[in-house]
Ligand binder design. Structure first.
Ligand SMILES: O=C(O)CCC(=O)C(=O)O
Ligand SMILES: [Fe+2]
Length: 341
């Protein structure tokens, strides 16, 4: 496996190698309207007056229904921690290939895995991306190099988990359910948390390659943050909406496939992709929050309208869903389609 970072740094790539050419022709319509993803002040969930809290829950519900993607501000994760985390990730990728090899995962559920593209055994074209994946909950693991990185990952994971839990409570209420309904029903306290660090080196011909192809995330929700470079695009009303200039120290939140399953399609997971640029390395950090690996997730009975449609998805163990996603091409919503009734 050759990381794309080492190929770019070798200095001999003046064009995109054929293996990395990605056909975007089937869906490449970029929105020309000035559409903006909603921004939500989540401090109002905890510190707002009852009226402010109900308003913010309503805003969360609308954002989940209309976009499936929103930005959050005032979430309580300090900017210094976020900067330290980005620096630590950069330093991890700056280790030599020899040093990083120790972390290259062999199996899907290895606690730490460093690699490139998505699944190089089956990818028909490779993605312009190296990654580090770490399972940080319920059992915490992190690379022991570079120095201090593991402690930063621990603190970041803990603080971002608090944000995700608060959001899940708000989302539960926005569905007309009791605040703790989702976390109790799907055992989220001991749920899984997967940190995915994506690094996209500069690409000589950004228009012919892709960082991550159109896909949805597998978990219940994902919290995403990035360095100062944009590249994320979100599918909205059939067009790609670029996410440029998010507010400082904001997170992006997106609904994952398991939110779509448990809400019986009321909140949909959203197709998104990462494009690359020819200037600088972009880093993004996604944290996927899900149930414990052995929990079977099926639509919440309270959200199934038996008289008209019934359950729209069959129940599936989170673990089996992850296996299914990894064994198939990362492609739009194809994995979710397999559990649709
Ligand atoms: O790099 C990005 O902005 C998107 C990352 C992403 O979609 C993912 O890690 O699942
Ligand atoms: Fe994603």
């Amino acid at each position: 496996m050759f990381s794309i970072k080492s190929q770019v740094e070798s200095g001999c790539l003046t064009s995109v190698p054929p293996k990395y050419v990605f056909d975007k022709s089937s869906s490449n319509c970029i929105s020309s309207e000035a559409e903006t993803i909603p921004t939500i002040d989540v401090s109002l969930l905890t510190f707002g007056t009852p009226d402010q809290r109900s308003k913010v829950i309503q805003d969360i519900g609308n954002a989940c229904r209309d976009w499936g993607f929103f930005m959050i501000i005032n979430h309580g994760v300090p900017e210094t921690l976020r900067d330290e985390m980005l620096k630590g990730c950069q330093n991890f990728f700056n280790l030599t290939e020899e040093e990083k090899k120790e972390f290259s995962g062999k199996q899907l559920f290895d606690p730490i895995s460093y690699g490139t593209s998505f699944n190089t055994n089956i990818d028909t074209s490779f993605f312009w991306r190296d990654y580090l994946k770490v399972w940080v909950h319920p059992n915490f693991r992190a690379p022991h190099k570079p120095a201090g990185f593991s402690e930063t990952v621990r603190e970041y994971s803990k603080r971002s988990r608090e944000v995700a839990s608060e959001l899940v409570r708000g989302i539960s209420e926005s569905l007309g359910l009791e605040e703790r309904y989702i976390e109790k029903t799907y055992d989220l306290e001991v749920g899984s948390q997967l940190l995915v660090v994506n690094m996209y080196p500069p690409c000589p011909e950004p228009e012919v390659a892709i960082g991550l192809p159109p896909h949805t995330d597998h978990g219940i929700l994902t919290l995403l943050m990035q360095n100062e470079l944009s590249g994320l695009q979100v599918m909205h009303n059939g067009k790609w909406v670029p996410v440029n200039d998010p507010p400082p120290n904001s997170f992006l939140v997106n609904m994952g496939d398991h939110m779509e399953i448990l809400t019986n399609g009321k909140y949909k997971s959203v197709v998104h992709r990462a494009v690359v640029n020819n200037k600088e390395t972009r880093i993004s950090l996604g944290t996927a929050y899900g149930p414990p690996l052995d929990t079977v997730v099926s639509p919440a009975p309270e959200l199934v309208d038996c008289e008209s449609y019934g359950s729209a998805y069959r129940g599936i163990k989170y673990r089996d869903y992850l296996v299914l996603q990894k064994a198939n091409h990362l492609d739009s919503k194809s994995c979710l389609d397999r559990v649709r009734i």
